[in-house]
Write a protein that binds this ligand. Structure first.
Ligand code: MG
Ligand code: ZN
Length: 377
Protein backbone atom coordinates (compact mmCIF):
# COMPACT_ATOMS: atom_id res chain seq x y z
CA UNK A 1 0.00 0.00 0.00
CA UNK A 2 2.75 2.38 0.98
CA UNK A 3 4.59 1.72 -2.29
CA UNK A 4 1.46 2.44 -4.24
CA UNK A 5 1.10 5.79 -2.49
CA UNK A 6 4.72 6.64 -3.29
CA UNK A 7 4.23 5.74 -6.95
CA UNK A 8 1.03 7.79 -7.11
CA UNK A 9 2.73 10.77 -5.48
CA UNK A 10 5.50 10.58 -8.04
CA UNK A 11 3.04 10.48 -10.90
CA UNK A 12 1.33 13.47 -9.33
CA UNK A 13 4.54 15.44 -8.85
CA UNK A 14 6.09 14.67 -12.21
CA UNK A 15 2.84 14.53 -14.14
CA UNK A 16 1.83 18.07 -13.19
CA UNK A 17 5.00 19.94 -14.01
CA UNK A 18 6.39 20.92 -17.38
CA UNK A 19 9.22 18.87 -18.74
CA UNK A 20 12.23 21.12 -18.77
CA UNK A 21 13.49 19.94 -22.10
CA UNK A 22 15.96 22.19 -23.79
CA UNK A 23 14.88 23.50 -27.18
CA UNK A 24 16.01 21.48 -30.15
CA UNK A 25 17.70 23.39 -32.97
CA UNK A 26 14.60 22.96 -35.13
CA UNK A 27 12.52 24.76 -32.48
CA UNK A 28 14.98 27.65 -32.56
CA UNK A 29 14.33 28.02 -36.28
CA UNK A 30 10.75 28.80 -35.39
CA UNK A 31 9.54 25.40 -36.52
CA UNK A 32 7.72 22.65 -34.76
CA UNK A 33 9.62 20.30 -32.48
CA UNK A 34 6.79 17.84 -31.93
CA UNK A 35 3.87 17.97 -29.56
CA UNK A 36 4.84 19.20 -26.09
CA UNK A 37 3.25 18.08 -22.85
CA UNK A 38 -0.18 19.70 -22.77
CA UNK A 39 0.01 20.75 -19.09
CA UNK A 40 -3.69 20.22 -18.79
CA UNK A 41 -4.15 20.29 -15.04
CA UNK A 42 -4.42 22.98 -12.42
CA UNK A 43 -5.21 26.67 -12.64
CA UNK A 44 -3.64 29.01 -15.17
CA UNK A 45 -1.82 31.95 -13.63
CA UNK A 46 -1.44 33.84 -16.89
CA UNK A 47 -3.38 33.83 -20.16
CA UNK A 48 -2.05 34.82 -23.55
CA UNK A 49 -4.82 35.05 -26.17
CA UNK A 50 -3.52 35.35 -29.72
CA UNK A 51 -5.95 36.42 -32.45
CA UNK A 52 -5.05 36.02 -36.11
CA UNK A 53 -7.63 38.33 -37.66
CA UNK A 54 -9.17 36.64 -40.71
CA UNK A 55 -7.15 33.47 -40.11
CA UNK A 56 -9.21 30.55 -41.38
CA UNK A 57 -7.94 27.05 -42.07
CA UNK A 58 -6.94 27.96 -45.66
CA UNK A 59 -4.86 30.91 -44.46
CA UNK A 60 -3.08 28.60 -42.02
CA UNK A 61 -2.60 25.97 -44.74
CA UNK A 62 -1.15 28.48 -47.20
CA UNK A 63 1.38 29.66 -44.62
CA UNK A 64 2.23 26.06 -43.83
CA UNK A 65 2.84 25.12 -47.46
CA UNK A 66 5.17 28.10 -47.93
CA UNK A 67 7.04 27.24 -44.72
CA UNK A 68 8.20 23.74 -45.71
CA UNK A 69 4.88 22.32 -44.52
CA UNK A 70 5.48 23.20 -40.86
CA UNK A 71 4.07 25.79 -38.48
CA UNK A 72 4.38 26.47 -34.76
CA UNK A 73 0.61 25.94 -34.62
CA UNK A 74 1.36 22.21 -34.90
CA UNK A 75 2.87 22.33 -31.42
CA UNK A 76 -0.56 22.75 -29.78
CA UNK A 77 -1.92 19.57 -28.18
CA UNK A 78 -5.56 20.73 -28.17
CA UNK A 79 -7.57 21.94 -31.16
CA UNK A 80 -11.25 22.94 -31.29
CA UNK A 81 -13.59 24.89 -33.54
CA UNK A 82 -15.74 27.93 -32.78
CA UNK A 83 -18.89 29.29 -34.39
CA UNK A 84 -18.16 32.88 -35.28
CA UNK A 85 -21.55 34.41 -36.14
CA UNK A 86 -22.65 37.63 -34.43
CA UNK A 87 -26.02 38.64 -32.93
CA UNK A 88 -27.24 40.29 -36.13
CA UNK A 89 -25.37 38.49 -38.90
CA UNK A 90 -24.17 34.97 -39.76
CA UNK A 91 -21.05 36.73 -41.06
CA UNK A 92 -19.35 38.49 -38.16
CA UNK A 93 -17.06 41.48 -38.27
CA UNK A 94 -13.98 41.88 -36.08
CA UNK A 95 -15.70 44.09 -33.49
CA UNK A 96 -18.49 41.61 -32.69
CA UNK A 97 -15.97 38.76 -33.03
CA UNK A 98 -13.56 40.26 -30.50
CA UNK A 99 -16.35 41.32 -28.11
CA UNK A 100 -17.47 37.66 -28.05
CA UNK A 101 -13.96 36.69 -26.88
CA UNK A 102 -13.49 39.65 -24.52
CA UNK A 103 -16.88 39.66 -22.80
CA UNK A 104 -18.67 36.42 -23.69
CA UNK A 105 -21.62 38.09 -25.44
CA UNK A 106 -22.89 37.82 -29.00
CA UNK A 107 -23.37 41.38 -30.21
CA UNK A 108 -23.97 43.28 -33.45
CA UNK A 109 -21.35 43.88 -36.11
CA UNK A 110 -19.44 47.07 -35.28
CA UNK A 111 -20.00 46.86 -31.50
CA UNK A 112 -16.96 47.56 -29.29
CA UNK A 113 -17.38 46.05 -25.81
CA UNK A 114 -21.15 46.68 -25.76
CA UNK A 115 -24.13 44.31 -25.96
CA UNK A 116 -26.92 44.42 -28.60
CA UNK A 117 -28.64 47.15 -26.55
CA UNK A 118 -25.40 49.17 -26.72
CA UNK A 119 -24.78 48.79 -22.98
CA UNK A 120 -21.13 48.31 -21.90
CA UNK A 121 -20.18 44.75 -20.96
CA UNK A 122 -17.26 44.06 -18.63
CA UNK A 123 -14.30 42.53 -20.45
CA UNK A 124 -11.86 39.85 -19.36
CA UNK A 125 -9.14 42.51 -19.38
CA UNK A 126 -11.15 44.65 -16.96
CA UNK A 127 -11.94 41.64 -14.75
CA UNK A 128 -8.26 40.70 -14.60
CA UNK A 129 -7.41 44.31 -13.69
CA UNK A 130 -9.94 44.16 -10.85
CA UNK A 131 -8.21 41.04 -9.53
CA UNK A 132 -4.90 42.88 -9.44
CA UNK A 133 -3.47 41.08 -12.44
CA UNK A 134 -1.44 42.89 -15.10
CA UNK A 135 -2.86 43.28 -18.61
CA UNK A 136 -1.56 44.02 -22.08
CA UNK A 137 -2.61 44.50 -25.70
CA UNK A 138 -0.35 44.12 -28.74
CA UNK A 139 -1.48 44.50 -32.35
CA UNK A 140 -0.18 44.95 -35.89
CA UNK A 141 -3.08 47.34 -36.57
CA UNK A 142 -3.77 50.58 -34.75
CA UNK A 143 -4.33 49.92 -31.05
CA UNK A 144 -7.82 51.50 -31.40
CA UNK A 145 -8.83 49.09 -34.20
CA UNK A 146 -11.79 46.75 -33.56
CA UNK A 147 -9.89 43.74 -32.18
CA UNK A 148 -7.77 45.34 -29.44
CA UNK A 149 -10.46 48.00 -28.81
CA UNK A 150 -13.05 45.36 -27.88
CA UNK A 151 -10.95 44.32 -24.88
CA UNK A 152 -10.63 47.78 -23.37
CA UNK A 153 -13.24 50.18 -24.79
CA UNK A 154 -17.02 50.46 -24.81
CA UNK A 155 -18.41 52.26 -27.86
CA UNK A 156 -21.43 51.69 -30.09
CA UNK A 157 -19.30 51.86 -33.26
CA UNK A 158 -15.84 50.60 -34.18
CA UNK A 159 -15.29 53.77 -36.22
CA UNK A 160 -15.17 55.97 -33.10
CA UNK A 161 -11.37 55.79 -32.94
CA UNK A 162 -10.84 58.91 -30.82
CA UNK A 163 -13.51 57.86 -28.31
CA UNK A 164 -11.90 54.41 -28.15
CA UNK A 165 -8.47 56.02 -27.53
CA UNK A 166 -9.98 58.05 -24.67
CA UNK A 167 -11.31 54.82 -23.15
CA UNK A 168 -7.70 53.63 -22.70
CA UNK A 169 -7.30 56.38 -20.09
CA UNK A 170 -10.26 55.02 -18.12
CA UNK A 171 -8.47 51.70 -17.52
CA UNK A 172 -5.37 50.48 -15.77
CA UNK A 173 -4.04 48.57 -18.79
CA UNK A 174 -0.36 47.97 -18.04
CA UNK A 175 1.06 47.66 -21.53
CA UNK A 176 -0.03 48.38 -25.07
CA UNK A 177 1.86 48.28 -28.36
CA UNK A 178 0.37 49.15 -31.76
CA UNK A 179 -0.26 51.88 -34.31
CA UNK A 180 -2.63 54.85 -34.20
CA UNK A 181 -0.58 57.49 -32.39
CA UNK A 182 -2.55 60.27 -34.12
CA UNK A 183 -5.74 59.28 -32.28
CA UNK A 184 -3.94 60.07 -29.02
CA UNK A 185 -1.88 63.19 -29.76
CA UNK A 186 -3.57 64.96 -32.71
CA UNK A 187 -7.23 64.60 -32.01
CA UNK A 188 -9.98 66.22 -34.04
CA UNK A 189 -12.93 65.74 -31.67
CA UNK A 190 -11.37 67.45 -28.64
CA UNK A 191 -8.27 69.30 -27.47
CA UNK A 192 -6.93 66.51 -25.28
CA UNK A 193 -3.44 65.12 -25.72
CA UNK A 194 -3.74 61.53 -24.52
CA UNK A 195 -0.04 60.88 -25.11
CA UNK A 196 0.74 63.43 -22.40
CA UNK A 197 -2.12 62.22 -20.23
CA UNK A 198 -0.65 58.72 -20.33
CA UNK A 199 2.72 60.09 -19.24
CA UNK A 200 1.03 61.93 -16.37
CA UNK A 201 -0.69 58.66 -15.46
CA UNK A 202 2.72 57.03 -14.94
CA UNK A 203 3.16 55.33 -18.30
CA UNK A 204 6.49 55.20 -20.04
CA UNK A 205 5.21 56.36 -23.43
CA UNK A 206 7.27 56.15 -26.56
CA UNK A 207 6.97 55.61 -30.27
CA UNK A 208 8.59 54.40 -33.44
CA UNK A 209 9.63 57.94 -34.42
CA UNK A 210 11.43 58.54 -31.14
CA UNK A 211 13.22 55.31 -30.28
CA UNK A 212 13.56 51.65 -31.15
CA UNK A 213 11.33 49.54 -28.90
CA UNK A 214 13.96 46.85 -28.34
CA UNK A 215 16.49 49.43 -27.07
CA UNK A 216 14.23 50.63 -24.25
CA UNK A 217 15.32 49.85 -20.69
CA UNK A 218 12.17 48.89 -18.86
CA UNK A 219 11.13 50.07 -15.47
CA UNK A 220 8.77 47.28 -14.37
CA UNK A 221 7.15 49.68 -11.89
CA UNK A 222 5.81 51.88 -14.67
CA UNK A 223 3.18 51.03 -17.27
CA UNK A 224 4.30 50.93 -20.88
CA UNK A 225 2.74 52.33 -24.07
CA UNK A 226 4.47 52.23 -27.43
CA UNK A 227 3.14 53.47 -30.78
CA UNK A 228 4.46 51.63 -33.81
CA UNK A 229 2.92 54.02 -36.37
CA UNK A 230 0.92 57.23 -36.68
CA UNK A 231 -1.95 55.35 -38.29
CA UNK A 232 -1.98 51.76 -39.64
CA UNK A 233 1.35 49.94 -39.31
CA UNK A 234 2.90 48.73 -42.58
CA UNK A 235 2.37 45.22 -43.92
CA UNK A 236 5.25 42.93 -42.98
CA UNK A 237 6.21 42.73 -46.68
CA UNK A 238 6.74 46.52 -46.67
CA UNK A 239 9.08 46.44 -43.70
CA UNK A 240 7.03 46.08 -40.48
CA UNK A 241 9.04 43.85 -38.19
CA UNK A 242 7.94 44.46 -34.61
CA UNK A 243 5.46 41.70 -33.72
CA UNK A 244 8.05 39.14 -32.66
CA UNK A 245 9.99 41.69 -30.60
CA UNK A 246 6.80 43.12 -29.10
CA UNK A 247 5.75 39.59 -28.14
CA UNK A 248 9.03 38.93 -26.34
CA UNK A 249 9.01 42.33 -24.64
CA UNK A 250 5.40 42.08 -23.49
CA UNK A 251 5.71 38.60 -21.96
CA UNK A 252 8.88 39.57 -20.08
CA UNK A 253 7.50 42.94 -19.05
CA UNK A 254 4.16 41.59 -17.79
CA UNK A 255 5.82 38.84 -15.79
CA UNK A 256 8.04 41.36 -14.00
CA UNK A 257 5.34 44.02 -13.75
CA UNK A 258 2.64 41.68 -12.40
CA UNK A 259 4.78 40.86 -9.34
CA UNK A 260 3.52 37.29 -9.18
CA UNK A 261 -0.17 38.14 -9.53
CA UNK A 262 -0.52 36.86 -13.09
CA UNK A 263 -1.40 38.63 -16.32
CA UNK A 264 -3.71 38.67 -19.33
CA UNK A 265 -2.17 39.50 -22.70
CA UNK A 266 -3.89 39.73 -26.09
CA UNK A 267 -1.64 39.63 -29.15
CA UNK A 268 -3.17 40.24 -32.57
CA UNK A 269 -1.87 39.40 -36.04
CA UNK A 270 -4.22 41.94 -37.61
CA UNK A 271 -3.24 42.01 -41.23
CA UNK A 272 -3.95 38.41 -42.25
CA UNK A 273 -7.46 39.87 -42.58
CA UNK A 274 -6.26 42.77 -44.70
CA UNK A 275 -4.61 40.34 -47.13
CA UNK A 276 -7.97 38.56 -47.38
CA UNK A 277 -9.86 41.80 -48.05
CA UNK A 278 -7.28 42.64 -50.73
CA UNK A 279 -7.63 39.10 -52.21
CA UNK A 280 -3.84 38.94 -52.07
CA UNK A 281 -2.46 35.46 -51.26
CA UNK A 282 1.11 36.71 -50.77
CA UNK A 283 -0.10 39.32 -48.27
CA UNK A 284 -1.98 36.60 -46.36
CA UNK A 285 1.03 34.25 -46.32
CA UNK A 286 3.60 36.80 -45.17
CA UNK A 287 1.30 38.00 -42.36
CA UNK A 288 0.46 34.40 -41.41
CA UNK A 289 4.15 33.50 -41.08
CA UNK A 290 4.89 36.66 -39.10
CA UNK A 291 2.08 35.73 -36.69
CA UNK A 292 3.26 32.13 -36.47
CA UNK A 293 6.76 33.30 -35.52
CA UNK A 294 5.26 35.14 -32.54
CA UNK A 295 3.21 32.05 -31.68
CA UNK A 296 6.53 30.17 -31.51
CA UNK A 297 7.94 32.79 -29.12
CA UNK A 298 4.87 32.55 -26.88
CA UNK A 299 4.99 28.74 -26.82
CA UNK A 300 8.70 28.72 -25.97
CA UNK A 301 7.86 31.09 -23.10
CA UNK A 302 4.86 29.06 -21.90
CA UNK A 303 6.78 25.78 -22.06
CA UNK A 304 9.39 27.24 -19.73
CA UNK A 305 7.02 28.78 -17.21
CA UNK A 306 4.37 26.03 -17.09
CA UNK A 307 1.65 28.29 -15.66
CA UNK A 308 0.47 30.11 -18.78
CA UNK A 309 -2.57 29.15 -20.84
CA UNK A 310 -2.01 30.01 -24.51
CA UNK A 311 -5.03 30.21 -26.82
CA UNK A 312 -4.69 30.98 -30.52
CA UNK A 313 -7.72 31.59 -32.70
CA UNK A 314 -9.27 33.96 -35.26
CA UNK A 315 -12.40 36.06 -35.20
CA UNK A 316 -13.47 34.82 -38.67
CA UNK A 317 -12.14 33.81 -42.08
CA UNK A 318 -11.63 36.51 -44.71
CA UNK A 319 -11.83 36.14 -48.48
CA UNK A 320 -13.35 32.70 -48.92
CA UNK A 321 -9.77 31.78 -49.67
CA UNK A 322 -9.03 28.47 -51.40
CA UNK A 323 -5.83 26.70 -52.46
CA UNK A 324 -6.37 24.95 -55.75
CA UNK A 325 -5.06 22.28 -58.11
CA UNK A 326 -1.63 23.09 -59.49
CA UNK A 327 -0.33 24.54 -56.21
CA UNK A 328 3.28 23.79 -55.33
CA UNK A 329 5.44 25.26 -52.59
CA UNK A 330 6.78 27.78 -55.11
CA UNK A 331 3.56 28.54 -56.96
CA UNK A 332 0.31 28.96 -55.12
CA UNK A 333 -2.85 28.64 -57.23
CA UNK A 334 -5.47 30.40 -55.15
CA UNK A 335 -8.91 31.87 -55.48
CA UNK A 336 -11.20 34.09 -53.44
CA UNK A 337 -14.99 34.02 -53.33
CA UNK A 338 -15.46 37.40 -51.59
CA UNK A 339 -13.60 40.51 -50.46
CA UNK A 340 -15.36 40.27 -47.08
CA UNK A 341 -15.53 37.72 -44.25
CA UNK A 342 -17.13 34.27 -44.43
CA UNK A 343 -19.13 32.12 -42.00
CA UNK A 344 -16.85 29.10 -41.77
CA UNK A 345 -15.99 27.63 -38.37
CA UNK A 346 -12.68 28.80 -36.96
CA UNK A 347 -9.94 26.69 -35.34
CA UNK A 348 -8.90 27.24 -31.72
CA UNK A 349 -5.50 26.02 -30.49
CA UNK A 350 -4.74 25.68 -26.79
CA UNK A 351 -1.69 24.88 -24.67
CA UNK A 352 -1.07 24.92 -20.93
CA UNK A 353 -3.24 24.70 -17.81
CA UNK A 354 -6.92 24.67 -18.83
CA UNK A 355 -6.11 23.80 -22.45
CA UNK A 356 -8.30 20.67 -22.42
CA UNK A 357 -11.40 22.91 -22.13
CA UNK A 358 -10.85 24.05 -25.71
CA UNK A 359 -11.46 20.79 -27.58
CA UNK A 360 -14.77 20.29 -29.40
CA UNK A 361 -17.13 22.67 -31.20
CA UNK A 362 -18.57 25.67 -29.37
CA UNK A 363 -19.72 29.27 -29.70
CA UNK A 364 -17.07 32.01 -30.01
CA UNK A 365 -18.42 33.40 -26.70
CA UNK A 366 -17.38 30.16 -24.94
CA UNK A 367 -13.73 31.19 -25.34
CA UNK A 368 -14.36 33.93 -22.76
CA UNK A 369 -16.00 31.42 -20.38
CA UNK A 370 -13.21 28.88 -20.79
CA UNK A 371 -10.49 31.49 -20.15
CA UNK A 372 -12.28 32.64 -17.01
CA UNK A 373 -12.63 29.08 -15.75
CA UNK A 374 -8.97 28.38 -16.46
CA UNK A 375 -8.01 31.43 -14.39
CA UNK A 376 -10.44 30.43 -11.63
CA UNK A 377 -12.35 33.74 -11.98
MG1 MG B 1 -8.38 43.03 -36.12
ZN1 ZN C 1 -11.92 42.11 -41.94
Amino acid sequence: MRNIIVIFSMIFIFGCYPKNETSTPIAKLGMTSGTPEPLRHGKAKNVILMIGDGMGVSQITAGMIKNNNRLNLERFPIVGLHKSYSSDNLITDSAAGATAFSAGVKTYNGAIGVNPRKKPVKTILEECEEKGMATGLVSTSTIVHATPASFIAHQPSRKMYEEIAADFLKTEVDLFIGGGKKYFDRRETDERNLYEELEEKDYYVSDYFKENMSAIKFDPNKNFAYFTADDDPLPVASGRDYLYGATRISTGFLKAHSKGKGYFLMIEGAQIDWGGHANDANYIISEMLDFDKSIGAVLDWAEKDGETLVVVTADHETGGFSINLGTTQDTMVTEFTTDYHTAEMIPVFAYGPGAEKFSGIYENTAIYDKIKKALGL
